[in-house]
Design a protein around this ligand. Structure first.
Ligand code: IMP
Length: 425
């Protein structure tokens, strides 16, 4: 079976960009299946650093086909900017980037709605990226969304925009008390960007069907992570799509039985950006130490990420929901200097010990983590390229992780560079 999925098992920012870039070497086609330009995948190639938001990380290998699937939401100016930036670095996407005609379009009113909605929530705000992602998906499920295929006909596009603006402007003016939006602004954006993007818009579902028939190797790349999933995450502190493996099928039009490999990417510890529960979050001084060493600042918004210990309760849940066949552990080197490292094995909830991740936020918020402590290896691992060459204490830590999660670790990364990777035989 030709399809593999790579996805995040925590709250996003697991370092998927690098793992995807590495696995793309063995793929013909790379497909993004959900999210939008809220994502930020950082990939370092030689001296150059690339931050990709919408374009699949596979773009950094010139012979690969890149698809943005129907499950993604596309902001045309943001996508065009990314295409141009890649071209300027000698990475042309002409003839090898395809955008699903079924993917929904993020428009200026979605971004304004995102901001207005967040401001109105006050202290209960989600901490979104303000990219209009939630409102775009809300329109999709409200069946008033505009799809990439609609961009091919200005009249069709503008008649849908007009209808939507009539509704949005009532909300902007009378409920959120923010500026209303005129259709001229949207038409101008349309006329600037659509001529530049129309050549990429196509029926990617048929393209992938034919590719599967031809036994092409397809890599389906998830953005964000399992605990930002709108169904399985820490709702409502989640994104508006399904980063989990099921989302790969609905977001690309690929059937489940075409998928044979599902790689879950996890950091050697845990981070989260934005609001919402993070059971293993560390107190400020320790949190700061991981943040500085791990350079834990958002690739999209620059916000500081909250840091904590590895949580095996969370990972067990991710393994089950996604059907993980293997784990890729990133940023092991960030722990190199620590005297001791902890793994959360369960939660204390009143008098109860919970080892199953609780779906209800009210329960999760009252849980305190139960830890097992491991001695630190106090050795620089950044130059290590073989599993056997890792310090015994580092291997003990990794083996404890995989035992608690029940999924084998196949890759470990010890730096941002492509080469700073340990492939476990
Ligand atoms: P939205 O996706 O912009 O609606 O934001 C919803 C939540 O998901 C917020 O907590 C964001 O910080 C978080 N989020 C969205 N995209 C990413 C990502 O790529 N990495 C990490 N967190 C993200």
């Amino acid at each position: 079976m030709p399809c593999s999925v790579v996805l995040g098992t925590q709250w996003g920012d697991e370092g998927k960009g690098k793992i995807i870039d590495l696995l793309t070497d063995e793929a013909d086609i790379v497909v993004r299946y959900q999210g939008g330009n809220n994502a930020g995948h950082t990939v370092v190639v030689g001296d150059a650093q690339y931050i990709l938001h919408l374009v699949p990380s596979g773009a950094l290998r010139r012979d690969k086909v890149c698809i943005i699937g129907n499950g993604v939401v596309i902001d045309p100016p943001a996508l065009y900017k990314e295409i141009v930036e890649l071209e300027e670095k000698g990475m042309s996407l002409k003839g090898r980037l395809f955008l699903s005609d079924l993917a929904h379009v993020t428009l200026p009113y979605h971004r304004r709605m995102d901001e207005a909605h967040e401001a109105a929530r006050g202290d209960a705000k989600i901490g979104t990226t303000h990219r209009g992602i939630g409102p775009t998906y809300a329109d999709k499920f409200g069946r008033i969304g505009i799809r990439m295929g609609d961009l091919l006909d200005e009249q069709v596009f503008m008649s849908k925009v007009r209808r939507n603006l009539a509704e949005k402007n009532v909300l902007f003016r009378d409920f959120y008390h923010v500026e209303t939006m005129g259709e001229a602004e949207i038409l101008e954006q349309y006329r600037t960007y659509v001529p530049k993007l129309r050549e990429y818009i196509t029926d990617t579902v048929s393209y992938l069907r034919d590719a599967i028939k031809a036994n092409k190797r397809i890599l389906l790349e998830g953005a964000q992570g399992t605990f930002l999933d709108v169904d399985f995450g820490t709702y409502p502190y989640v994104t508006a799509s399904n980063p989990t493996s099921g989302g790969a099928c609905t977001g690309a039009g690929v059937p489940p039985n075409a998928i044979s490999r599902i790689v879950g990417v996890t950091k050697a510890y845990t981070t989260r950006v934005g609001a919402g529960p993070l059971p293993t979050e560390l107190p400020p001084a320790e949190d700061e130490r991981l943040r500085l060493k791990g350079r834990e600042y958002g690739a999209t918004t620059g916000r500081a990420r909250r840091c904590g210990w590895f949580d095996s309760v969370v990972l067990r849940r991710a393994a089950a929901i996604n059907g993980l066949t293997e784990l890729a552990v990133t940023k092991l080197d960030v722990l190199d200097e620590l005297d001791s490292i902890s793994i959360c094995t369960g939660y204390q909830f009143g008098n109860e010990v919970i080892t199953e991740y609780p779906g209800r936020l009210e329960v999760l918020e009252k849980c305190t983590p139960i830890y097992t402590e491991f001695p630190g290896w106090k050795t620089d691992t950044t130059g290590i390229r073989k599993w056997e060459a890792l310090p015994v204490l580092a291997r003990n830590y990794l083996e404890a992780m995989e035992k608690m999660v029940g999924v084998r670790i196949s890759m470990v990364t010890v730096g941002a560079e492509r080469t700073a990777t340990i492939n476990r035989p």
